[in-house]
Design a protein around this ligand. Structure first.
Ligand code: 3PY
Ligand code: MG
Length: 254
């Protein structure tokens, strides 16, 4: 059987993914070669568009990584497109209700589970599968993650987790902290947010679903691992370049 992001996560492997904001396709290959098992291309807050996602997916695959895409808020059609272009997972932002989660399932799963429209030309080629084989395995081999990042999403969490076609949830702790404390601060490592994150991991595991966490630094990622998150995003390309440059300059007294 093919080794996919889905098969690796379902076998219990922990996957650390890079986060790509810069719409520079070759960065996906560089990050995968550097050791990241996956790279998420961000169209919500990152600079990616469909063209850079199309090239970026190929680049991540060339580097031996698993490509994921975060579409913009409510752009469910873009979620379908990302899968057609070969993304192995969609990380959908701001899924705040069962209706949002149903729209995600509709966009990412073929009938009868969802309503994804047929046309996975790039995805089938990349997977090395003839269309009939792609069709029969796509719903299981591509992952739909609902981002949990508001109190409303927390409220609806168990119902979202129970939906056929929602493979997992993915926590956005910046937005979650911002909304948990009524807009007082962005505080992803604050106590309230950490408690919510631990709770989400427990509830996802109890429901037999995957869980991902966006991590703001290595300490945060270690905390996420201890909470049992199998998927952790750590390292944004913009931040890695800036930190590397500052470190290098500092080392020569600049
Ligand atoms: C959040 O923390 O809100 C995110 O969406 C991570 O990018
Ligand atoms: Mg967010």
């Amino acid at each position: 059987p093919r080794v996919t992001l889905a098969s690796r996560l379902r076998s219990g492997e922990t996957i650390v993914t890079a986060w790509s904001s810069l719409a520079v396709p070759i960065l996906g290959e560089l990050m995968a070669r550097a050791g990241y098992k996956a790279v998420a291309l961000d169209m919500q807050h990152g600079m990616h568009d469909v063209a850079s996602v199309r090239e970026g997916i190929l680049s991540v695959v060339a580097g031996g990584g698993h490509p994921m895409v975060r579409p913009p808020v409510d752009e469910f059609a873009t979620a379908s497109r990302a899968l057609d272009l070969g993304a192995e997972a969609v990380i959908m932002p701001m899924v705040n209700s069962v209706d949002d989660a149903l729209a995600l399932v509709a966009a990412t799963k073929y009938p009868p589970m969802g309503a994804r429209s047929w046309g996975p030309h790039r995805a089938a080629t990349l997977a090395g599968l003839q269309p009939p084989a792609y069709f029969s395995s796509a719903n299981a081999d591509t992952l739909a993650f609902a981002m949990i990042e508001t109190p409303a999403a927390l409220e609806a969490l168990d119902d979202i987790l129970a939906l056929d076609g929602i493979d997992g949830v993915f926590v956005g702790p910046a937005d979650l902290s911002l909304t948990l404390n009524n807009g007082t601060a962005v505080d992803p490592k604050g106590e309230a947010c950490l408690e919510a994150c631990a709770d989400i991991a427990r509830r996802a595991r109890a429901a037999g679903r995957l869980a991902g966490l966006f991590c703001i630094d290595a300490d945060h990622a270690r905390a996420g691992m201890a909470m049992g998150y199998p998927l952790l995003a750590l390292g944004i390309d913009v931040g890695l370049v800036t930190a590397g440059a500052m470190e290098m300059l500092k080392s020569i007294g600049e």
